[in-house]
Design a protein around this ligand. Structure first.
Ligand SMILES: Nc1nc2c(c(=O)[nH]1)N[C@H]1C(S)=C(S)[C@@H](COP(=O)(O)O)O[C@H]1N2
Ligand SMILES: [Mo]
Length: 550
């Protein structure tokens, strides 16, 4: 298709820029080639999204790629991302993955200008990567990964080739050549845009297809398949939730204080996990295996668990990443089977020095089983505040162990308990720079008045919560400006495994003030003044807030 200098003098050659070399004369301009590649990439991704909407056995390729980024980034980077991007780190990851794919698509267009085989090669690599991201995702049914990746890559490549061919054809026309290569100079100077407009028609169609497939996939996925099944499960919490029944004196009436039992509907109860999409576990087919250093490896269905003697315990759980004064802590009535009971059935061997739990999506946590001997609450929980576990909190079953942080114990969507040795295994967060043992540190928090708020002068409550499960809280003290530490009143709590609400009445004088709180645990140990950052084993420090009294 080489253009000769004679051809070059034809009037129709005018729209071509001088930069177009002899060999590249009928190749689409870079912009068009890049758009073709970008849209091909978009179509490929959207096919993956659509298929993942059709089947729970196929997670989204984009999300799986994001999972890989999370899994392979050092803990510090993941922490940094969570800190800087806040709870937006997950959408940001997904958007980042999409943008990178689109950019690579655009580059593919550029490569294809040189040699079509390069374009095909990039889509082949895309397919391979897509396959690999899917295959390493524990939620994937691996028998279909090849097919999904192939369909996505092939569909994307087909879209790319189509658009590229349209762009190429347009260039031929601009050159006054037929697609068969013959020269047929046009009588009127060709309007380059009019000739190229068909490309935008096809390109628009590809874009609409990609958006529609993605939208349908997301819609299908959103229709959470387990919500209906969950609604049918009744949690027979033998105990009524304290305070709902009014059998406990709490400070729930103080406006702005964290209520003694945290609302677990909606998103009021904090949620922390590494899952880009919340695992949807079918309770009908779910089972929990106990494996490793046990005499009788066992497997329980949900019906097996429900048929056991269930216990109810109010327990405060907290995240090791909770900053001083932070909200990554909550209290609920948990219903479930004591872990000791399950371990008894499995017959734990003497050499077992680590209790590892694993979720359906491959997340893991481990703690020394010897801590269970002090009688603390440790459950395979299936109920939260009298309802089946909310899907975001681990439906159908999770671990709750009083007194240790979530990252070493509280596995949601659990499907395996493995008894092993302390040395033989590290849970998910350990190689990412977090301490292997995670006892919850004593913390206290001022909820009322809000930090940096302005309140009226006169008698005002200073109030909040303090927790040190399983040691309990024996004293909470408040200090205003340079005044003395004053003892706050502590509300009722059901046990030392929960937080306590505390309150101090304050005769607030006008002006700017600083309020501090500190707690002493049930062992008589004063909360550490720190300050210490959250990693590697939990923040330390007294909560201090500035406020203004009008
Ligand atoms: N499967 C799974 N379980 C998990 C996690 C996770 O990332 N994946 N995160 C843990 C952490 S770090 C905490 S603090 C608690 C939080 O439980 P919640 O989201 O129900 O409040 O869940 C734990 N269980
Ligand atoms: Mo956590």
């Amino acid at each position: 298709m080489a253009r000769t200098s004679q051809n070059n003098s034809a009037p129709t050659a005018a729209p071509l820029s001088p930069a177009d070399g002899l060999e590249t004369s009928t190749k689409p301009p870079l912009l068009y080639a890049a758009i073709a590649g970008l849209l091909g990439g978009a179509v490929a991704l959207s096919i993956g999204e659509f298929i993942s909407g059709l089947s729970t056995a196929v997670p989204s390729m984009v999300v799986s790629a994001g999972d890989w980024v999370i899994d392979s980034s050092p803990g510090a980077v993941e922490r940094w991302a969570i800190d800087t991007l806040g709870t937006n780190d997950k959408p940001a990851l997904v958007i980042g993955t999409v943008i990178i794919t689109l950019l690579i698509g655009a580059l593919t267009g550029r490569l294809a200008q040189r040699d079509h085989r390069l374009g095909a090669a990039v889509f082949a690599v895309f397919g391979l990567l897509g396959w690999w991201f899917l295959a390493r995702n524990p939620l994937t049914d691996t028998s279909v990964t090849w097919l999904v990746a192939f369909i996505a890559a092939a569909g994307g490549y087909a879209a790319f080739r189509l658009l590229y061919a349209v762009a190429e054809f347009n260039e031929l026309q601009l050159l006054g050549k037929t697609s068969s290569g013959g020269t047929a100079p046009l009588e009127t100077p060709t309007n380059a845009f009019a000739t190229r407009r068909s490309f935008f028609g096809w390109g628009g169609a590809a874009a609409v297809t990609a958006v529609a497939l993605t939208g349908m996939g997301r819609q299908l996925r959103r229709r959470s398949r387990v919500d209906d099944a969950r609604a049918e499960i009744v949690i027979d919490a033998g105990t009524d939730i304290p305070t709902v029944t009014g059998d406990l004196e709490t400070f729930d009436d103080i406006e702005g204080i964290a209520s003694y039992i945290t609302d677990s509907t909606g998103d009021n109860f904090y949620r922390i996990d590494s899952a880009l999409t919340i695992p949807q576990v079918d309770p009908e087919t779910w089972s929990l295996k106990i494996t490793g250093l046990v005499d009788n490896p066992v497997e329980f269905t949900l019906a097996d668990i429900q048929a056991m003697d269930l216990e109810d315990h109010v327990v405060t759980i907290s995240c090791v990443s909770n900053e001083v004064g932070g909200g990554l802590v909550g209290t609920a009535l948990w219903t479930g089977v004591p872990l000791t009971k399950l371990l008894e059935i499995a017959g734990v061997q003497a050499g077992a020095t680590q209790f590892v739990s694993r979720s359906v999506d491959g997340w893991t946590a481990g703690f020394p089983p010897e801590i269970l001997q002090d009688g603390r609450t440790a459950l395979l929980a299936i109920g939260m505040n009298g309802e089946p576990l909310p899907v975001r909190h681990g439906f159908p079953a999770r671990i709750i162990v009083a007194g240790i942080y979530g990252y070493v114990s509280a596995t949601k969507w659990i499907d395996e308990i493995n008894l092993t040795t302390w040395e033989d295994f590290d849970g998910y967060w350990i190689p990412r720079g977090w301490s292997k043992k995670g006892p919850i540190k004593t913390q206290s928090r001022i909820d009322v008045p809000r930090s940096r708020s302005e309140i009226a002068s006169g008698t005002q409550p200073i109030a909040g919560v303090a927790w040190a499960p399983t040691r309990g809280i024996s004293l909470v003290e408040v200090k205003v400006d340079d005044g003395p530490w004053q003892e706050a009143t502590i509300a009722d709590s059901v046990s030392d495994e929960t937080w306590v609400q505390w309150m101090l009445e304050w005769d607030a004088p006008s002006g700017d003030h600083v309020i501090q709180v500190r707690a002493t645990d049930g062992d008589g140990l004063l909360q550490a003044v720190g300050p210490k950052r959250v990693d590697p084993d939990g923040a330390e420090g007294w909560h201090i807030i500035p406020i203004r009294v009008a």
